[in-house]
Design a protein around this ligand. Structure first.
Ligand SMILES: O=P(O)(O)OC[C@H]1O[C@H](OP(=O)(O)OP(=O)(O)O)[C@H](O)[C@@H]1O
Ligand code: HPA
Ligand SMILES: [Mg+2]
Length: 179
């Protein structure tokens, strides 16, 4: 295990089991709807690629890159679009895929944006929900698991762009970011 990881919260096998359950729910709810799956870069990259393969049914995939954390463990509060979608969401059933809901600012911003762009429906699928940290109200339709108020990394999630490639989700040793 990486020395900077205090403890593993979810192993690869546990992540896969969560994804199988979520994919089943999504496949049932979106049957014949051809949803537009929107992966929020960069954190949701691993989750999205595994989720859409587990859904194994019609869907289109697009990517949007937004950022509010920079290299910090605290959100700046301001959401910036780094890369917008290539696809129009007008009339589409949009499923936003996120790795984690923390303060809720990113998803609250995206929900409003896609509604003003006249999506037919907008739902959220998040692998993790850190409910204790919520600042802005956000309802996620599909939630993999609720996580404690600790800074987690791996399986797409970073601290200062590191640890995204760990195949598990772990709690980062606070000494890594406190110094
Ligand atoms: O609920 P919030 O407080 O808005 O936090 C959640 C968001 O923060 C992280 O992304 P980040 O902006 O760090 O960019 P990244 O995905 O490229 O790491 C994470 O991937 C979510 O997108
Ligand atoms: O716990 C977290 N880890 C990594 N990125 C994050 N963005 C919001 N919360 C987190
Ligand atoms: Mg993100």
């Amino acid at each position: 295990m990486n020395d900077d990881i205090l403890k593993v919260l979810y192993s690869t096998a546990e992540i896969n089991a969560i994804i199988k359950r979520l994919a089943g729910e999504i496949k049932r709810d979106y049957a014949r709807k051809n949803p537009l799956v929107v992966c929020i870069l960069k954190g949701a990259i691993m989750f999205t690629t595994d989720l859409v393969r587990a859904i194994d049914d019609y869907c289109e995939i697009d990517f949007m890159d937004v950022s509010s954390y920079g290299d910090a463990t605290e959100s700046s509060g301001e959401v910036k679009i780094i890369k917008d979608l290539d696809t129009s969401v007008k009339g589409r059933d949009v499923l936003i895929v996120e790795d984690i809901v923390d303060t809720g600012r990113t998803l609250s911003y995206l929900m409003k944006l896609f509604k003003t762009r006249d999506a037919n429906s907008v739902k959220i699928c998040t692998l993790m929900d850190k409910t204790e940290r919520r600042v802005v109200e956000v309802h996620a339709d599909y939630v993999g698991t609720t996580v404690p108020n600790e800074f987690v990394v791996g399986y797409g999630l970073d601290y200062a762009e590191r640890y995204r490639n760990l195949p598990y989700i772990g709690v980062l040793r606070p000494t890594v970011y406190e110094n």
